[in-house]
Design a protein around this ligand. Structure first.
Ligand code: ARG
Ligand code: GLU
Length: 715
């Protein structure tokens, strides 16, 4: 009896839930404490964010502006991902001291390594300033005039925001420009490297395992924030002292189990959760396939060379990883959108919203009813119109800029020639010079010529004729005989070898670039693209932006009681929460929520560049010498949960019901990467390094007990 009643209730509930997408990246001052408590949280929202009193947010810092990090000791010890600290670890490495291959562990504070330019930014306060920004503004105001006014008002708010000399402030748009928030920040500028495991732990599984679950990667590194003697931000100085945070995260070694409450606190970069179904169609059926196909060809060629030649493998490792990262993400995203039925779900939702608007506007005659009824059809129309232009932009960007270094240099040199006489030309010239010097450090003309020819062939074949010059044919000779590949010398010197030296003689360089056939031809390709695509596309995009703002407001106005609407990620501080949970990636397959050291060994391939292991780790595993970090004799490595995360959440702390650190976010499962567009609680999972594994590596593998001793461990 009870069972039947129970199930009928569930059925009714699931029918009336029109669009309970789930997920959410919430503004920390506006948390739904009741829901969080109902899921198991034992602390209050004020413990997470409180501008007036020490709270968890005082331990969370934007790391170098792109990743997240957290303070885990009273002495400013900072935890983030290995891949977030990668360039710092690399910059301290040399052939004699290869910290990427061997790891790095300072034995005391004196050995910690400074990193010029690296910053850690804390959020002091967040204030809703929507009323001040939008005061008296017409809902339908012309978009560029509106943006001008928003900018002027935001600047004034920032100007008068209470701040001391070492604080910053900025205003950001939320909900597509329907809300605005002020952020007050403090940035520390002396951040030193403390410890990093070798690649064979910190990057274990590399590209093959990237975005993949089950995962076995110790993707963590340790830094330390230093401050002046008053605990204030300061430039690097040897007399600076370890930063004393208002709060540091206790580290739990209690372990996790299915269903445990967890939240992730960090700086997610970009999401687009409120697009109409027509936009998802454009992205997953037109744009992603084109981008995936182009990258796939480039990767295939690189991989061939990398496998055959060790020097090329090292030169291309990081480029390959960068290209492969989004290649893999887009594949997962398109599949996930298809599998979750997101496009139909969105279209259904739009039909229902359209009906609600119609009903409402029968009687209500307001400003909004002048635009709401037509907003969805207009957006659909515009997305259809912009699709070929977006595809063209992807083709141009992916084939001629991102994945071919030769073409990218050609475009940059062409620009240098064209922009002569511009304001700030000197700065621009210097920037191009620096970026080419760094590009040429790892440039291989053979590999890149083959990649470039393949990409050009695809460009010719798939870029609509209307968007490219029909009389331009780029040949292998053009590439081989160009200054860009060193086939043509400048004053007897090879640009690929003597980049800075050649840039020092500006007139010789510009003369050679002007005369170079490849640079000229790329210039024609660019001119055709600019003439036929760029303005049309940005004009359509501006119209879309205005309508998306209106559509977003309509979604907020007609929101269902059980519908959760959260602002898209915009690199500001957010809280996402969920539960530790496995998932089913495909029929008849179920993945558990935690991986163990046994699994690390299962993947071991001696000598392999992705799956080799340090001998010491193997020994520890064989002896099961896990110290107090094992649970029931097993050493956990990674785990997953339903937290809604995205790029930028790398390095974010995963906390338990009491606000203790249980994991370090570093990835998502690729079947669920469509969560940037549509979060599906059935398949979207974030991947974390288990805090017990982090401590095990620091303590047992790196023998760095002094670091464990400064932490607060919760047993
Ligand atoms: N997929 C993770 C994040 O986007 C990790 C990327 C770094 N790791 C790698 N193997 N490429 O962006
Ligand atoms: N690895 C990503 C980053 O660098 C996080 C993974 C994701 O996109 O969820 O921020």
């Amino acid at each position: 009896m009870i069972n039947k009643w129970f199930w009928s209730l569930i059925c009714v509930l699931s029918i009336t839930v029109v669009y309970a997408q789930g997920g959410g990246m919430w503004i920390p001052t506006e948390l739904n404490e009741e829901e969080m408590r109902s899921m198991g949280m034992r602390i209050g929202a004020k413990d997470i964010f409180n501008p007036n009193k020490a709270s968890i947010k005082d331990a969370v810092a934007h790391f170098g502006g792109g990743c997240t990090s957290e303070v885990i000791s009273p002495q400013g010890l900072l935890l983030t991902n290995h891949h977030c600290g990668y360039s710092q670890i690399q910059s301290h490495s040399s052939v004699e001291n290869d910290y990427l291959t061997d790891g790095f562990w300072a034995k005391n504070m004196g050995e910690e390594l400074p990193n010029p330019g690296l910053t850690a930014t804390f959020i002091v306060d967040i204030q809703d300033v929507t009323d001040q920004v939008l005061q008296g503004m017409q809902f339908q105001m012309e978009e560029s005039a509106r943006l001008d006014l928003v900018k002027r008002r935001s600047d004034a708010i920032v100007e008068s925001a209470k701040k001391s000399a070492d604080q910053d402030a900025f205003v950001r748009a939320f909900y597509k420009g329907n809300k605005y928030y002020l952020f007050i920040t403090e940035t520390y500028r002396d951040v030193r490297l403390v410890g990093a495991p070798p690649n064979s732990i910190g990057k274990y599984g590399s590209d093959t395992d990237n975005w993949v679950w089950p995962r076995h990667t110790g993707d963590f590194a340790l830094f330390r924030i230093y401050a002046d003697k008053n605990n204030r931000p300061a430039e690097y100085h040897k007399d600076n002292v370890p930063f004393k945070p208002k709060h540091h995260l206790p580290v739990s070694i209690k372990g996790v189990k299915e269903g445990d409450f967890t939240f992730v606190f960090g700086f997610p970069g970009v999401t687009d959760e409120y697009l109409p179904g027509s936009a998802l169609e454009m992205i997953t059926k037109t744009q992603n396939p084109a981008r995936i196909a182009l990258r796939e060809e480039a990767l295939k060629i690189m991989d061939g060379y990398m496998r055959a030649d060790d020097k090329i493998r090292i030169q291309y490792a990081s480029k390959y990883a960068r290209i492969a990262n989004f290649w893999k993400k887009w594949i997962g995203e398109s599949q996930g959108i298809a599998r979750s039925g997101a496009i139909d779900i969105k279209k259904n939702y739009e039909a229902q919203l359209q009906e609600k608007i119609r009903q409402h506007c029968l009687t209500a005659k307001n400003e909004k009813c002048a635009v709401y009824p037509s907003v969805i059809p207009q957006l659909n129309e515009l997305y259809e119109q912009i699709t070929p232009y977006n595809l063209a932009a992807d083709y141009f960007d992916e084939a001629l800029y991102r994945n071919s270094e030769t073409f990218r240099v050609a475009l940059l040199l062409n620009n240098l020639v064209r922009r002569q006489g511009d304001r700030n030309y000197d700065d621009y010239y210097t920037r191009v010079s620096e970026s080419l010097a760094s590009l040429y450090r790892d440039y291989n003309a053979n590999v890149d010529t083959e990649v470039s020819m393949k990409l050009w062939e695809m460009y010719q074949k798939n870029m609509p004729a209307a968007f490219r010059p029909l009389n331009v044919e780029i040949t292998q000779q053009d590439i081989q005989n160009s200054i860009i590949t060193g086939g043509q010398k400048i004053n007897g010197k090879d640009l690929t070898q003597h980049t800075s030296e050649i840039f020092a003689n500006r007139s010789a360089l510009l003369q050679a670039a002007t005369a170079d056939p490849l640079v000229q031809k790329m210039g024609e390709v660019l001119a055709a693209y600019e003439k036929t695509v760029v303005d049309n596309r940005s004009n359509l995009q501006n119209q879309i932006n205005q309508l998306m703002r209106i559509y977003m407001q309509a979604q907020l106005d007609f929101k269902d009681e059980n519908q959760k609407i959260f602002p898209d990620a915009n690199s500001t501080l957010r809280v996402t929460y969920g539960q530790v949970k496995g998932y089913s990636p495909s029929d008849a397959v179920y993945y558990d929520h935690t991986t163990y050291m046994e699994g690390v060994l299962e993947k071991y391939v001696p000598g392999d560049y992705e799956f080799d292991l340090p001998k010491k780790l193997i020994d520890l595993q064989e002896k099961k010498d896990y110290g107090r970090y094992a649970t029931d004799g097993k050493q956990a490595v990674n785990f997953i949960a339903t937290n809604h995360t995205t790029g930028g959440n790398s390095g974010s702390p995963a906390l338990d019901a009491d606000g203790n650190l249980i994991g370090l976010n570093f990835d998502r499962v690729w079947e669920g990467t469509m969560s940037d567009l549509y979060y599906d609680p059935n398949i979207s999972r974030n991947i974390m390094v288990d805090s017990r594994f982090i401590l095990f590596v620091i303590d047992k593998f790196a023998d760095s007990k002094w670091l464990i001793n400064e932490m607060t461990i919760v047993e």
